[in-house]
Ligand binder design. Structure first.
Ligand code: PGA
Length: 227
């Protein structure tokens, strides 16, 4: 199998013990794939390791200024962050992030030469009424600026996140192939209920360049299956 991307999204979870467990594990093992670890902001500096890259889970679209509680791509760059997850459905739904806002954040990340991991995906209702392709195409077109710089796209069906439900291989391949046609250069990862058992099957699907893993990445033993 080619080298794939394994992006660990801790969301608002984890602690210094988990940071230490990641560092110990990766000091002792070599993973066959490219790993990107995305813990909450306070752990970004401490979790650095030469066997994986580090990513944030969001950023503000301005470089600096009076934006209490926010973090800019410029600040993230200074603490050696290489990636930023942007437009995750939890931000789109819980914080009303629109495609237009995600677009600005993606530009901010690219300006700092950080690699944005732009998330798109349909709701269950959109899937059931046959709107998935249209919704995803629109999210892509409106969230991603025209650029020569490197970016990554994550297909994350909202109904698959944290639910234990995963789309069929055919459905994953169909959406990834659609994204590939629009963005031939960008790695495309799948996210939503990836675990130790289903990861190998998912990584073998055509046009899947990796996975974005939430809950399962909170136990570093998840990576044992990738040694
Ligand atoms: P999950 O989350 O693996 O817990 O389903 C994935 C994600 O939201 O990125």
């Amino acid at each position: 199998m080619d080298t794939k991307y394994i992006v660990a999204n801790w969301k608002m979870n984890g602690n210094f013990k988990l940071v230490q467990q990641y560092q110990d594990f990766f000091s002792q093992h070599v993973i066959k794939h490219r790993v990107v670890v995305c813990p909450p902001y306070p752990f970004l500096d401490q979790i650095q390791h030469d066997r994986y890259d580090v990513g944030a889970q969001d950023c503000h679209f301005e470089i600096n200024g009076a934006f209490t509680g926010s973090i800019s791509a410029a600040i993230l760059k200074k603490i050696n962050t290489q990636y930023i997850i942007l437009g995750h459905s939890e931000r789109r739904v819980q914080f009303n992030e629109t495609n237009a806002l995600v677009f600005k954040k993606v530009n901010a990340a690219l300006d700092e030469n950080l690699i944005p991991i732009i998330c798109v995906g349909e709701t269950l209702q959109e899937k059931e009424i046959g709107q998935a392709t249209a919704v995803i195409t629109r999210q892509l077109e409106e969230s991603i600026p025209i650029t020569q710089k490197k970016l990554m796209i994550a297909y994350e069906p909202i109904w698959a996140i944290g639910t234990g439900h995963v789309p069929s291989s055919e459905d994953i391949e169909r959406i990834h192939t659609l994204i590939r046609r629009l963005y031939p250069e960008a790695p495309i990862v799948y996210g939503g209920s990836v675990n130790k058992t289903n990861i190998h099957g998912i990584l073998n699907i055509k046009n899947v360049d990796g996975v974005l893993v939430g809950g399962a990445s909170l136990d570093v033993s998840f990576f044992e299956t990738l040694i």
